[in-house]
Design a protein. Sequence first.
Length: 156
Amino acid sequence: MSRGQVLYLHLCVALTTITGATFAFMKYFMHPIDEFSVVNHPLQPYMLAAHIVVAPFLLFGFGWMFSTHIWPKFVYERQKRPSGLWSMLAIAPMTLSAYLLETSTTDVMRKAMETTHWISSAMFVIAYVAHLITRPVAAGGRSAAEGDAVNVPSPT
């Protein structure tokens, strides 16, 4: 992965996490001053809008990293890092539940997608941070970040 890709992904993960966590805090832990208010904080709708705008950029980042980092590490590396596997596994339910959360019309479906989105998002963020913190040491004494290239067999 290039430094630009890494920076892009870190920035998108950070912005999506911050906007999502702030929205969740406003929705679930704050109480409105006015008893007739439909939001708990005046900025709550804007935080949700920011989260919805930023999240597709993160999804683009996942696609950008997929062929150069995620898939080669999953397929060709013998020692797979658990944090990378957990991150990878959380992407699909996190993305699908977010889409279905916005399009669901019944309360049961909305609650199920809401719960799935929060659990899978928390799992992704925790695994992503763990993936950044834990750096495996390769056979030459250098970290995997220094030698991030994967030896992919050429088709012959």
